[in-house]
Design a protein around this ligand. Sequence first.
Ligand code: PMT
Length: 286
Amino acid sequence: MNQQMWLNLATQENAAAIKKHGIRIFGPAAGAQACGETGPGRMLEPVEILSLTSELFSTGTLAGLHVLVTAGPTWEAIDPVRGITNRSSGRMGYAVAEAAAEAGAKVTLVSGPTALGDPQRVTTIRVSSALEMFDSVHAHIEGIDIFIGVAAVSDYRPASAASQKIKKHADTLSLELVKNPDILKSVAALSSAPFTVGFAAETENLETHAREKLIEKHIDLVAMNDVSATDIGLDTEDNRLLLIDRHGKSELPQQHKSQLARALIQHVAEKYHAKRTTQDSRRARR
Ligand code: PMT
């Protein structure tokens, strides 16, 4: 529709009346129009129509819920061309976001720098540093039912980033590092905290260290992966997970990250609903 037609009062009143009767309107999108004008009235892209339609018919285990996922590495600048980062490709986190969307959830993904395209049916927000990821997570946390921290967030960042490229005059160079805030822990500490899932990337004493994270960060569930080998876990297609909560543990065997993410999401959905049922019955007894 031409933008003037869409913005016309009669059209707007009719659209509002239709919405009042519970009819969902998809779009319109805004942009360049065939007549040469620019504005709202364009048809949405077919993939967006598909996504919105499938949301309406979703009966998945996370239908009606809003999930926030973090993924990828962070980039902590040393100067305009150098920084501290890690080998996280983002594959695991993107697969988790997609699996949650497949299970019917509305999904927001806050991603560090990766080479991956935005996952379908997911609102993706790109950030760079741990501080940016922290701010973006907290800007979008309201109304979130489940938070899943898959990002490999840098624990430290340079105390200050040089504004110009550092020249190699000296034989040695010391960098002062300061601690980054723990995003996962800060979400779990919120007064209305969502169901909170953390990942633990371990290279030794795997289960012990993962349990420590579960307790120390006050989270509901920890998904531990062994990142000591080069052929599984970090920057690979496959992974396996040990899922630990306060009631027990279970293993998800080695498989492609997309399959693994689906199994993880089913587990998270069961645990989330079990927690909700317990909370509801406690409230009813009061
Ligand atoms: O991206 P891929 O190549 O697919 O690799 C996937 C992965 C190995 C990165 C992923 O499966 C994984 O393990 N992610 C967590 C990596 C990590 O940082 O683990 P950690 O044990 O250091 O942190 C524990 C948890 O705290 C994580 O949920 C992490 O997101 C969170 N955290 C850590 C530090 C910090 N400052 N803020 C955080 O939120």
